[in-house]
Write a protein that binds this ligand. Sequence first.
Ligand SMILES: NC(=O)c1ccc[n+]([C@@H]2O[C@H](COP(=O)([O-])OP(=O)(O)OC[C@H]3O[C@@H](n4cnc5c(N)ncnc54)[C@H](OP(=O)(O)O)[C@@H]3O)[C@@H](O)[C@H]2O)c1
Length: 393
Amino acid sequence: MSKKLTIGMFGFGVVGQGLYDIIKTKNLNLEIKKFVIKNAQKERSLPAELFSTDASAILDDPEINTVVELIDDADAAFEITKKALSTGKNVVSANKKMIATHLQELTALQQKYGTSLLYEGAVCGSIPIIRNLEEYYDNELLHSVSGIFNGSSNYILSKIFNENQSYDAALKKAQELGFAETDPTLDVGGYDPKFKLAIVASHAYGLFVDPNKILNLGIDKLNTADIRYAKEKNFKIKLIPLAKEISNREVVLYVIPKFIAKDSMLFNVENENNGVLVKAAFADEQFFYGKGAGGHPTGSAVLSDITALRYDYRYEYKKHLDAQELAYSTNFDIKVYFRYEDENILENIAFKNISERFYGEDYKYVIGHINLQEIINKRELINQPGYFLAEIS
Ligand SMILES: NC(=O)c1ccc[n+]([C@@H]2O[C@H](COP(=O)([O-])OP(=O)(O)OC[C@H]3O[C@@H](n4cnc5c(N)ncnc54)[C@H](OP(=O)(O)O)[C@@H]3O)[C@@H](O)[C@H]2O)c1
């Protein structure tokens, strides 16, 4: 018999409303008792008495046993989640920044208070990757997990590559359609997929890695010369987060734009869709595909977590217990295409080797291997306007 859930919900925006639409079509053993939002003046589609701007209306209500946290403020979300978990309430959240930044502390709180925090909706919208990494791939030897984790930048890249739209026009459209985060740098600068990657790394490899220590380069410096180069070679450029076990029981993590060839599963992942590619020793290659953003797709993942709580589901974080031998590393050589303006820059960045050079009046690039740690050290130089780095195979 499932447990009755009495829910307090923070946020009634894109995901909150999407979730509500889904819940009301079902006859589940749950009730949403209160919504806490930020702006009391906003018109709501539900009776006013259900809404409050006071967090304690949920957090101090002993009848509420489940908190659904769907706000767009990571700091406030952390305070809410901490308080809820410490006072016996289970939490479902879709806030990747909050979870990635505080995962270790949040895991400790769950253990200390016997509560559960679930966050499938935080990673790749509708795609059920966290619970699969946690449960299904529990004993698999995972070589890598990568993919397209950010719907907004993928939408922009699709419009640029398939419809010859400008970067600015495509970004504006993504914002109008509600795919983009309030601050677009989070998407196009590769921060959002980095937060998701940190969460994935935790469930794939049992590692807690501070997102600040993970390299993210975005698509915001891409220009028409890079696009022309990609098209001439029949590549597309995609923004790819990668978690990969390298030799010596070490794991590398980074987010870098990448030239993708036609034979990759990721080549045809377009628009706001996401894809997750899992490479494993025994299962070999597996691919998850689906909508990575939007109220209903994300709401569907949030609902799956909520209903799992009716049966007291919790992440066991088993891999963390065995993870002593695995370590996070940034010592990994990557083959890159690097477009630059001022040739002096090549004296300041240590490439391991350079296999190709192009030197035109207003378009110069090199292709060669560079160490991940060197990219991290020289990030400011590499990521300045006029320069663009992408991984190439
Ligand atoms: N949109 C997506 O496709 C998507 C996909 C996956 C994950 N997510 C994540 O889901 C979360 C919600 O995203 P969203 O797109 O639904 O955001 P949104 O449409 O901007 O809605 C945010 C909601 O949070 C409320 N809010 C903000 N600060 C608050 C506070 N301190 N206390 C209480 N309520 C507060 C807002 O209240 P008002 O209504 O009064 O303004 C609003 O209802 C974010 O963490 C986001 O990263 C979103």
